[in-house]
Design a protein around this ligand. Structure first.
Ligand code: PLP
Ligand code: COI
Length: 341
């Protein structure tokens, strides 16, 4: 077992490290139990669980940050709690109350504080809430019981370390359908993304970019992150579509761009054959933070935005502000930071 004093905080990467405690609550006979913290990182469930056969599963991802003053910050956990409730409604699962979700985040961070990367290392404690349908079931219908779980793992960069541009390619597949589950954080979307991701990685790209599943003419998402571009007129543009995940990071950046930097912000169609309207482009998400997009490969040609090696000035200031807020270096907008005490 890994111990926290053996960890190289500055080079964690994004992989599972078993921590001391996780939270589990069970839904049975119409209600959630009180929940427990446990050291056991295995689940024992029925072989006939809907999560195993019919993908009745959803999850979330958020982070805890060791702030500059030594306190512990959660970034907008209420947003993740509400998004998880939306995923639950879509898959006919019982919603987990927002307050209990936030409380479970705090309990898990507190109980695993020795795994929270120190301030200044760039590392964070990634929290992974999830819900699965369990209990005996055979037909295609909602499960009789559910488990809400929440574990954590110390993490570093999802793509490259720090603020470094990566190249992406356009996927030959869809991850979601126009009226499907693309805007919910459900396991099936990610199962569908494994092969396109592997093909992209094998071809030397950080990940693939999905086009809209109806017409394949518009940019939707960048793997497990949202897309944004900065136009020549300093406008922050991000795709509008019913089949992309509403990213907490993306909406936070839109607010930062508009309120702190006076930029015009819009959610609209982003056509793949018009990406030369952008001087800079990026991928944003909890795991990806902001990853500058060096270039996009489409139909055998690489379109480079700002540079394949240098970070553009707008992305740099958006990144510094977002990360500064998360690590308690910059005053946050009201309600963005929840303290773990
Ligand atoms: N899109 C997908 C498909 C994701 O998995 C994620 C990660 O959560 C995001 C976008 C970014 O969302 P957020 O900023 O809320 O982490
Ligand atoms: C996140 O950014 O939280 C994600 O969910 C990305 C990925 C690890 C699924």
């Amino acid at each position: 077992m890994e111990t926290s004093d053996q960890l190289d905080w500055k080079h964690l990467g994004f992989s599972y490290i078993k921590t001391d405690y996780r939270y589990i609550s069970v839904w049975k006979n119409g209600s959630w139990d009180d929940g427990v913290m446990t050291e056991d990182n295995y689940l024992r469930i029925s072989e006939a669980s809907t999560a195993l056969h019919y993908g009745q599963e959803c999850f979330e991802g958020l982070k805890a940050y060791r702030a500059k003053d030594g306190s512990i910050n959660l970034f907008r956990p209420d947003r993740n709690a509400k998004r998880m409730q939306d995923s639950c409604r879509k898959l006919l699962m019982p919603e987990f109350p927002v307050e209990r979700f936030i409380d479970a985040c705090k309990k898990v961070v507190k109980a695993n504080e020795r795994f929270l990367p120190p301030y200044g290392t760039g590392g964070t404690l990634y929290l992974r809430p999830y819900m699965i349908g369990v209990g005996h079931n055979l037909g295609v219908k909602p499960a009789p019981e559910f488990i809400f779980g929440l574990f954590c793992s110390p993490v570093g960069a999802y793509f490259k370390d720090g603020l470094a541009p990566c190249n992406f390619c356009i996927a030959d597949y869809d991850r979601a359908a126009p009226l499907g589950t693309g805007s919910q954080k459900v396991g099936g979307n990610y199962a569908a993304s494994l092969l396109p991701h592997k093909l992209a990685a094998d071809a030397g790209f950080a990940d693939c970019i999905y086009l809209d599943p109806a017409t394949h003419t518009k940019i939707e998402e960048v793997g497990a992150a949202n897309f944004f571009g900065i136009t020549k007129d300093n406008e922050f543009v991000t795709p509008k579509s019913p089949s992309i995940l509403p990213s907490v990071t993306k909406y936070s950046l839109m607010e930062i761009a508009e309120k702190r930097f006076g930029m015009k912000v819009s959610e609209r169609d982003v056509y793949i054959d018009r990406i030369d309207e952008f001087t800079e482009a990026g991928a944003c998400g909890t795991a990806a933070v902001i990853t500058p997009i060096g270039g996009i490969s489409y139909k055998g040609k690489l379109h480079v935005f700002y540079s394949e090696t240098e970070v553009g000035p707008v992305i740099r200031k958006l990144y510094d502000t977002l990360v500064g807020i998360q690590f308690g270096e910059i005053e946050p907008p009201q309600g963005w930071i929840f303290k773990v005490e």
